[in-house]
Design a binder for this molecule. Structure first.
Ligand SMILES: C[S@@+](CC[C@H](N)C(=O)[O-])C[C@H]1O[C@@H](n2cnc3c(N)ncnc32)[C@H](O)[C@@H]1O
Length: 255
């Protein structure tokens, strides 16, 4: 890392909450910062790492005031970190801020999608079962030509962020494509106190979850739908791969 951090700005992937899941580079940069912008919940989970730093929740400001604060801090030579929840790649409302600071550096993080896969101990694609993973949100998909019902027809693995639909409403949309026995996993508060997993199916979702909690987009939860959640993978893949490599090596040795 550049030792001169004066007047620098970083956007650092903050991961799902537990600071142990931040990258080493992100943590090194966070430690060097004197001013940190992060959504309020990071104040608790990153309490130790934020000690002695000025902390602001960016959502407390209008855009003009927010960039004004960043500009002033950079002009004062302060090292500024903007903690991006999870990873920048999906559902991060910070593009208008990043674009304003072309010299800023972006450090990737662990998305809630990755953290959900790890919590479930499942890869989201499996040969012959699901070859694509669709990440979307019932909240932001409004006003788009896609709908959850449309996407369900692909029967790919569906990963839902920021759910605001009731269990009945979501189940009705899922039923447009997924058979009722399709597994559904709801992983909540990943890496935070109270982490939990609810395993259900597209057909039983409505009766298995508390409707108020389920439709609360601010309750940290990821909903994963698809057969890849429970399907078993044929381990003969390993043998085929080994045999193919051995055959290639043998052929190369002969040539
Ligand atoms: C505004 S989006 C941010 C997503 C973020 N950019 C990412 O890569 O994970 C917030 C949503 O991410 C999911 N999320 C974030 N942290 C989570 C956690 N610790 N456990 C479960 N879901 C989480 C929830 O769906 C939450 O409503």
């Amino acid at each position: 890392m550049d030792k001169n951090t004066r007047g620098k700005l970083w956007f650092v992937g903050g991961g799902p909450g537990d600071p142990a899941l931040m990258t080493l580079r992100g943590m090194e940069i966070l430690k060097s910062a004197s001013l940190v912008f992060a959504p309020g919940h990071y104040k608790d989970s990153y309490a130790e790492e934020l000690k002695g730093k000025t902390f602001h929740d960016p959502f407390d400001f209008h855009y003009k005031d927010l960039v004004g604060k960043i500009d002033a801090a950079l002009a004062d030579g302060r090292a500024v970190v903007f903690l991006v929840p999870g990873d920048l790649a999906i559902f991060s409302p910070v593009q208008s801020i990043i674009s304003r600071y072309p010299d800023a550096e972006v450090i990737p993080g662990v998305s809630a999608l990755n953290a959900a896969s790890a919590a479930l101990k499942r890869t989201f694609d499996l040969p012959g079962i699901s070859h694509s993973t669709i990440a979307t949100s019932p909240k932001t998909i409004n006003n788009s030509p896609d709908t959850i019902g449309e996407l369900s027809r692909h029967q790919a693995t569906l990963v839902l962020f920021m759910n605001n639909k009731t269990p009945d409403a979501l189940a009705a949309e899922l039923s447009e494509g997924y058979p009722p026995d399709t597994p559904v996993a709801i992983v909540s508060r990943i890496s935070l106190p109270g982490q939990g997993i609810v395993n259900t199916t597209a057909g039983t979702l409505s009766k298995d979850v508390d409707p108020e909690w389920f439709a609360d987009e601010d309750a940290f939860k990821i909903i994963v739908v698809g057969k890849a959640l429970t399907a078993s993978e044929d381990p003969s893949w390993w043998d085929r791969r080994k045999d193919m490599r051995d055959a290639r090596l043998k052929k190369n040795a002969k040539e």
